[in-house]
Design a protein around this ligand. Structure first.
Ligand code: SF4
Length: 299
């Protein structure tokens, strides 16, 4: 019963008012269920990173420029992907922009302006390592009540310069002191059984970070980057191309993606119960293990 109806002393009046309220509100509830809200989605704007930490969960150190990522085209596809997501959802609670390091991307401000122009995007977050001071235009776009800059602080990172600039410019920011550096491991196939893959995926918090890269939606950042780094064949990849999937099939394809028991990338990732804390080690670029890229497709 609605709280305010409880105060009505006359039973008949109370029942009538309750029924009328129910009739009015039910379609609204139905509308909310049908037109679903996307709680969080992150857009990778660039795979470039100034730190290239060893053990990066998102495999940034494995990019060497030979992957043919066109960042301008990625931005164009990101805008289209956002438009198409908004066609099938009522609201996106948080749109995040990540990299690599997003402040290395000169056109970050265009992405922020595009997302913030939509009334149905509630919040925008920029995930940064806090070691790159934003350039003028990228700084200006952050002065927006929807935007928060989230700085991941790891021991040894000098974030003072960037923090100072954000503070002086009146930009909202949040520093998160990361105590652990979780070991997701390298790019070899772990040979996990299907039940272990299911379990790892179900327990993996990264699977909540739905990620868009080159116009396609992936279950997590690592899945997106495993695909871009060609750790496995195209036909094994699980993603939804938001730019090309017809609108009438999009919702169904996204629901299928959200209900998948695991993705191919999980085979190339440490299972949750084995991930220890390896501490952050910067400036150590992992070798691109070309021989593994070729053979990872074999079971
Ligand atoms: S690939 Fe699978 S196990 Fe690895 S981070 Fe993504 S969801 Fe988790």
């Amino acid at each position: 019963m609605f709280r305010f109806c409880r105060g009505i002393k006359n039973t008949v009046v109370r029942r009538v008012v309750t029924a009328l309220c129910g009739l009015t509100i039910s379609p609204l509830i139905l509308y909310r269920v049908i037109c679903f809200t996307i709680p969080y989605v992150e857009f990778v704007l660039t795979p470039r990173c100034n730190l290239r930490c060893e053990g990066c969960a998102n495999l940034m150190g494995y990019y060497d420029g030979s992957e043919g990522i066109d960042e301008d085209n990625n931005l164009k596809l990101a805008k289209k992907a956002l438009d198409n997501l908004l066609k099938i959802s009522r609201r996106i609670t948080t749109v995040a922009f990540t990299g690599g390091e997003p402040f290395l991307f000169d056109r970050l401000h265009e992405a922020v302006a595009y997302a913030s122009a939509s009334k149905r995007v509630s919040r925008i977050t920029i995930h940064t390592n806090g070691t790159v001071v934003p350039t003028d235009e990228n700084l200006k776009c952050l002065n927006n009540k929807k935007v928060t800059v989230e700085i991941s602080e790891f021991p040894g990172f000098d974030t003072r310069k960037a923090v100072d600039v954000l503070r002086k410019s009146g930009i909202r920011y949040k520093k998160t002191r990361q105590k652990k550096w979780i070991d997701y491991g390298g790019i070899q196939n772990r040979g996990l059984s299907k039940s272990d893959l299911r379990r790892s995926f179900a327990e993996c918090r990264s699977a909540e970070c739905k990620t868009i890269f080159m116009g396609s939606l992936f279950t997590c950042p690592r899945s997106a980057h495993s695909y871009m780094l060609r750790l496995f064949d195209e036909d094994r990849a699980v993603y939804v191309n938001l730019a090309t999937t017809p609108e009438n099939m999009l919702k169904q394809r996204i629901k299928e993606l959200f209900s998948t028991p695991y993705v191919e990338a999980c085979k190339f990732c440490n299972p949750v119960w084995t991930r220890g804390d390896i501490g952050c080690t910067q400036d150590k670029k992992p070798e691109k293990q070309t021989h593994l890229l070729k053979f990872n497709n074999k079971e």
